[in-house]
Design a protein around this ligand. Structure first.
Ligand SMILES: Cc1ncc(COP(=O)(O)O)c(C=O)c1O
Length: 349
C-alpha cells in the first residue's frame, strides 16, 4: 500500500492557499475571533463584500456572502423554487443540483450537455426550446461545468439572458478563474438581466475550501433572496480575512493556474495516447476522461494501491468516466505515469 493517499477526486486545489493566508491565521487575534463580522458602522455587510463589489464595479448591496457556493446554491433554490415547479439543469452536472431541487419537491428537467471531439459544449438552441416548453422557475447553468469542464461562451450566455424571461438564471461559476480573469462581464450582465444570479467561491481557484466562503452577484429582481440570505450579525470574520488575503495574492494564484494549464496538456496527451481512453478539454482544475468499461475495476484498484484517488462515476451518462482533479506538478506526474504503466501492463501501448 502507498504511504500517503493523494486525493485527486474532490476538485480541491492541492497547492494550498497563498502565503498571505497563513499570515492571517498567525495574526488572528481578539477582534478577528471575538467580534461579529458585520460592519455595523458603515452599513455594508463586510470589508470583503465591499472589496468584491469594488473589484467588479458593482454596488455592495448586490453582493451576497455565503458558506461556499454550495450554501448559496441551496439558498437560491430554497428561496425561489416551490413544490411542483420546474428547474432545468444540465444532463451532465454536479449531483447536488438535483438533490436540492428534490428537497423542495421541484421537478427537474435536464437540458443537453453534448460531447464533441475534444470537449463538451452547451447547446443553446435545445436549452431555449426546452425553456419555452417547460417554462421553468429556475435554470441552472454551470460554467465551467462539473464534471465536463467546459464553459458556456459569453456570447451564448448573452443570448440566453436576453431571450429567457421571468425565470431565475443561476450561473454557478465555482471554477471561475482557472483560465484567466478575462474581461469581466459581471457588471454588464447583472445590469442587463434582473433575474440573474452569479455564484462564485474561494474554494477552488483560491484553495480555501476548508474555510467555506463564497459570494454571489444578485440581479435587481432577486431582492427576496437578499432578504432570505441576510445574516444580520455577518458571516465568518476569519474566512473573510483569508479571502481578502487571497484576493491580494494575484501572482501566487496566476502562477498555479499556469502550472495547471501545462499539466492539463500532459493529461490530454498521456490519456489520448492510450487506445480507448479519451480526455476532454477542460477550463477548470479537473478533467473528465472516458475509459474502457472493462478496465474500470482494475484501474481503480491499480491507482488505489499507489495511493492515487480519482473519481470513478457510476451515475447515468457517466458510467465509463473518471474525473481527475489537477493536483500539484508532482502529483500530476505520478498520476500520468501510473496511467501509462497501467496501459503498458494491459498491453495497450
Ligand atoms: C459545480 C460546483 N459548484 C459548487 C461547488 C461547491 O463549492 P463550495 O466549496 O464553494 O461550496 C462545487 C464543489 O465541488 C462544484 O463542483
Amino acid at each position: 500500500m502507498a504511504e500517503k493517499t493523494i486525493y485527486l477526486d474532490r476538485n480541491e486545489n492541492n497547492y494550498g492557499p497563498a502565503p498571505a493566508c497563513y499570515e492571517v491565521l498567525k495574526a488572528a487575534g481578539f477582534e478577528t475571533l471575538s467580534w461579529y463580522s458585520k460592519d455595523f458602522a458603515r452599513g455594508v455587510k463586510s470589508t470583503l463584500s465591499e472589496r468584491i463589489a469594488k473589484e467588479f464595479g458593482v454596488p455592495e448591496s448586490i453582493i451576497l456572502l455565503g458558506y461556499g457556493a454550495e450554501d448559496l446554491l441551496k439558498q437560491a433554490v430554497h428561496c425561489f423554487l416551490s413544490r411542483n415547479e420546474t428547474i432545468m439543469i444540465p444532463t451532465h452536472s454536479w449531483w447536488y443540483y438535483k438533490s436540492i431541487a428534490d428537497e423542495k419537491g421541484g421537478i427537474t428537467v435536464e437540458y443537453p450537455m453534448v460531447p464533441g471531439p475534444d470537449s463538451f459544449h452547451y447547446e443553446v438552441k435545445s436549452l431555449l426550446d426546452l425553456a419555452a416548453k417547460h417554462r421553468p422557475r429556475l435554470i441552472l447553468i454551470s460554467s465551467p461545468n462539473n464534471p465536463t469542464g467546459n464553459t458556456l461562451d459569453l456570447k451564448d450566455l448573452k443570448v440566453l439572458v436576453r431571450t429567457i424571461k421571468n425565470t431565475v438564471i443561476v450561473l454557478d461559476e465555482a471554477y471561475w478563474g482557472f483560465t484567466g480573469h478575462q474581461a469581466d462581464y459581471v457588471k454588464e450582465l447583472i445590469g442587463e438581466y434582473p433575474e440573474l444570479l452569479i455564484i462564485r467561491t474561494f474554494s477552488k481557484y483560491y484553495a480555501l475550501a476548508g474555510v467555506r466562503i463564497g459570494y454571489a452577484f444578485l440581479g435587481k429582481n432577486l431582492t427576496t433572496l437578499a432578504q432570505f440570505s441576510a445574516r444580520y450579525l455577518g458571516y465568518n470574520r476569519l474566512s473573510e480575512r483569508l479571502a481578502l488575503a487571497a484576493l491580494d495574492s494575484r501572482d501566487y494564484y496566476a502562477e498555479i493556474s499556469q502550472k495547471m494549464i501545462r499539466d492539463k496538456e500532459r493529461y490530454y496527451q498521456t490519456l489520448g495516447a492510450i487506445p480507448g481512453f479519451k480526455a476532454y478539454r477542460s477550463n477548470a482544475n479537473f478533467i473528465l476522461a472516458e475509459i474502457p468499461e472493462r478496465f474500470k475495476a482494475s484501474l481503480k484498484d491499480y491507482l488505489t494501491k499507489q495511493g492515487l484517488i480519482i473519481k470513478f462515476f457510476n451515475e447515468p451518462n457517466l458510467e465509463n468516466c473518471v474525473r481527475i482533479t489537477i493536483g500539484t506538478e508532482e502529483q500530476n506526474l505520478m498520476l500520468t505515469n501510473a496511467f501509462r504503466d497501467f496501459a503498458r501492463d494491459k498491453g495497450l501501448i
